[in-house]
Ligand binder design. Sequence first.
Ligand code: GLY
Length: 383
Amino acid sequence: MSVNQMATWSGAQKFDEIMPQVWEALQVKVDRMIAQLGDKSPHVAKEDGVYDDMRIDWWTSGFWPGILWILYDMTGKEHYKEAAWRWDEKLEQASVRNNNFHHDVGFQYLPTAVIKHKLTGDSDGLRRGLQAANFLAGRFNLAGSFLRAWNQDKIGWSIVDSTMNLSILFWAAEMTGDPRFEQIGRAHADTVVDKFIREDGSVNHILSFDPKSGELIESLGGQGAGPLSAWSRGASWALHGLANVYRYTGEVRYLRAAQRVANYFLACLPEDHVAHWDFRAAESLDDEPRDTSAATCAASGLIELAEFLPAVEGNVYRRAAERMLLSLTQKYGTWDQPEHQAILLEGTGNKPAGQNVNVSLIYGDYYYVESIAKLLGWKQRIF
Ligand code: GLY
């Protein structure tokens, strides 16, 4: 990326003025990442700009192959397919060893096994995707109507992040004709709408239920600033996830719930349109870190919403997404640092735990690529 190119981008007023050049630059970037990352399963890159190598059963292992599959589908270039091909096999190998897979198999198998099957017809991808859907369906708690999130002693804990995992259930229902997958997907989505989303459109991160009676016990703080705060990535999971549920079901209540979250999210954005990590972290957010991953996931969800609505309403969401992507591209990218292995800076992983604040996050990079692909007319969907 030349300095001149960067200067041109910094003067742009609208994202579509620079989108074709950004797309070209992204391909250069991802080609370089293929060489830089090798077999690593990237999660976080800190100040040195080097992505770590996370264990394969960690919830983020699908995002790098997801970027590769999107680029393959958009360009037809075989080297993206070749780099993405083995990831679902690696997941399967991990699944028969001691592991800690949980509700996030959607995040892991949708951008690997499922998209591989959609794009290539690969029967291993289909089999692995359906195994993951069965595993997720098996985590459903009938009394409380929620998917169990984590393992060990957190038997009654459900988290808003699961909204993004529901697509694998709806996909499995389509593939098998077995309505149980869809019934579970809808039941959990109803719990998100009724219990996770607050009246003002902000979102709870963790809800704890009595796993026997199903009774709601309390809201827990989780990765937000507190039990009643407004963790921005949680909002983006709900927004994008419910938009996906609407796409699969056509049920307007999911669309309206996604809009309610979107409206709250947009009302809380700072001047440069890139979300702080929690909209209620402090009285003034000026000194609080951003979370570029919340911004990119929300942008992708907003573009999705825009497609479902009449133009007069939908364009409000699309333009908001474009403003976010323009700002992310101009102020938060690594374009002038070719050795940096990530695309975006200033993500926040888990601030209350003091983990991964002001870093690059592979899911921030993934949803950035996904958003731009959608704006460029990509019709396939991973989530
Ligand atoms: N728990 C997944 C996330 O950090 O959003």
